[in-house]
Ligand binder design. Structure first.
Ligand SMILES: [Zn+2]
Length: 188
């Protein structure tokens, strides 16, 4: 995985980018949960499931179809009042899909482990992105108090935090400009 700090940051930054209004606490907590969810498959090691198996680490639970399923499930269970296929429904489903899928994408940019089964269960081929600047993260908190932990954080800061913050600032500025230019329509 990328470090937990980065997953938290991604959930918050994407949430801020897609939702101009104030969102309920469950939106943020579920967003964070979804970015970490794929790594629950590390228990596969304890169950004796091999790394390269469909249910192994970086397999089905890191895939895009799984992320879509998570998006649909979270919205239908936690945001029941949102009318299906409305603008807000698409926004929420897209957000929970994106935060879950972002985990696999960042893993595919790391320098270690096996690749990600992006298309599992339809195709269990493991993929890396052609460009892998992220240093693979140590497991557990203590690993961060080392030179390794430092190089992980630096690589993630440079290749994830800086680009995402830049895009986020642009989205917020663009939204403000649009808001200012919008004709004043009386609310009825
Ligand atoms: Zn992972």
């Amino acid at each position: 995985m990328a470090s937990a700090f980065t997953h938290v940051f991604v959930a918050a930054a994407l949430g801020k980018a897609v939702s101009p209004e104030k969102m309920p606490l469950r939106f943020w907590t579920l967003g964070l949960f979804c970015t970490l969810l794929p790594d629950l498959d590390v228990f596969a090691f304890q169950l004796g499931i091999p790394y390269r198996h469909m249910l192994g680490h970086r397999g089905l639970f890191h895939s895009l179809p799984f992320a879509l399923l998570v998006g649909l499930l979270v919205v239908s269970l936690a945001f029941r009042k949102v009318p299906r296929f409305s603008g807000q429904w698409w926004m929420l489903t897209g957000y929970f899909f994106a935060v879950t899928a972002s985990h696999g994408v960042f893993d595919a940019m790391t320098s270690g482990g096996y690749g990600i089964a992006f298309f599992s269960p339809f195709d269990n081929t493991r993929y890396f992105l052609p460009w892998r600047p992220l240093v693979v993260s140590p497991i557990g908190v203590y690993g961060f108090f080392s030179r390794w932990g430092w190089s992980v954080l630096m690589s993630e800061f440079l290749w994830i935090w800086v680009p995402m913050l830049t895009v986020l600032v642009m989205v917020i500025l663009f939204r403000r400009v649009l808001h200012r230019q919008a004709p004043i329509v009386p609310r009825s």
